[in-house]
Design a protein around this ligand. Sequence first.
Ligand SMILES: Nc1ncnc2c1ncn2[C@@H]1O[C@H](COP(=O)(O)OP(=O)(O)O)[C@@H](O)[C@H]1O
Ligand SMILES: [Mg+2]
Length: 264
Amino acid sequence: MTLRLEGVSHAYDGRAVLRDVDLELSEHRIGVIGANGSGKSTLARTLNGLVLPDSGRVLLDGLNTRRHAREIRRRVGFVFSDASAQIVMPTVAEDVAIGLRRSGLSADEQRARVDAVLERHGLAGHRDHPAHLLSGGQRQMLALASVLVTRPEVLVCDEPTTLLDLRNTAVIEETLRALPQQVVLLTHHLDALTAFDRVLVMDEGRVVFDGAPAEAIAYYTALMRPDADTGHTASGGPRPDAAGAQPDPGAEAGPRASGGGLRP
Ligand SMILES: Nc1ncnc2c1ncn2[C@@H]1O[C@H](COP(=O)(O)OP(=O)(O)O)[C@@H](O)[C@H]1O
Ligand SMILES: [Mg+2]
């Protein structure tokens, strides 16, 4: 199961938001960090065809999001920051069940699957409660359950804990950690990424660092310092000047198809 971005660029109203991004995403746990407006959400949305790139292509095991959006959306689940925007049915169980309506499963099978997911995610006691009465943390867990019930192979989570308190953040992050699925997590909660396999740092529509969590977090932290030199060099990438944070441009961060390390 590999997601591949090839020369992906995208603009809104003539303003470039993704600039020639090449990535091969096959690791189990991939983090994406970057300032507000750096293009994280747009990148994430290209992964399941919610955004079709202006140029380049996004492939899931060779299926192009431009031509196979439905199949890809079935295999790549998406969780947003604001769970309320994702909850569409009145009760908890109905909201989880709605994703199965075209699954071909019998009513009994659907009910069993819904109940199992509610049980696993601590929502069984809220089965028939109005979804809007859940707490913020429970609502996010419901949004997650409603996606997981469809058994996607990849879960893309766009800042799923941004609106949550510390405790609920920890609960959601622990849930994500335990999933068998591949997870692509966009977050400002850097602590969540320490055990990840790979972390991408985005800046102005580019992946400016791609490597191990500690190095990526150091790179990003240096980039975000108020006194950091945010001037972009002729080669396009910012060069935060912090000891230990700057990867050696000559040393690749990993054997990735996209090159790894600091991207030119
Ligand atoms: N639907 C849209 N229409 C117009 N501009 C958008 C839209 N979505 C995002 N943008 C702009 O694109 C840039 C990147 O946004 P986004 O991908 O959401 O970044 P991030 O998730 O890193 O904050 C921002 O300047 C944002 O305002
Ligand atoms: Mg975003």
